[in-house]
Design a protein around this ligand. Sequence first.
Ligand SMILES: Cc1cc2nc3c(=O)[nH]c(=O)nc-3n(C[C@H](O)[C@H](O)[C@H](O)COP(=O)(O)O)c2cc1C
Length: 155
Amino acid sequence: MSNDLKIAFGSQTGNAKNLAYTIGEQLAARGLLNEVIDMSAMEPEELHHTHYLLIVTSTYGDGEAPENASEWLSFLKFNDHLNLHQLSFSVLGLGDTYYPHFCGCAKDFDEFLASHGAHRLTARLDCDLYYEEQYGEWIEEFTSSLLKTMKERDE
Ligand SMILES: Cc1cc2nc3c(=O)[nH]c(=O)nc-3n(C[C@H](O)[C@H](O)[C@H](O)COP(=O)(O)O)c2cc1C
């Protein structure tokens, strides 16, 4: 079924991973099928066959990807001729404003996916340590945009 949502996490110490599973449970409770995956467990080429994707990722180093997300990010960054028009996506970043490249990895994913023709479901959400309020609003926006897009594509 093409309506399945993949929630892919990039995470080093578990924060983004935990949030990805929490989101998966929240969406499942609303009847939205989804699969939570570690980015390192899926070949990035499979993005060509993915229709709905939520990336939840932290940032390390100087605005770089956590280890398990680096292959996906390189794939998107160094393949100029990708065509991901079939893909609808959103990105949620977890980071720390203490660092100059706040949520740098999330920003990169967001930009590269859009530059390869993927359709952005919602504006990216960049989260610092305390994000409950922004997250609550954002997940509502994401869910309604996702449902609307799925409905349109099924018609
Ligand atoms: C060594 C180190 C480097 C980091 N670099 C950044 C950074 O450049 N930008 C940012 O927004 N957050 C940065 N962070 C913060 C992490 O992204 C943040 O703590 C996040 O919640 C970790 O999520 P994870 O457990 O899923 O990996 C850094 C944290 C550490 C420990």
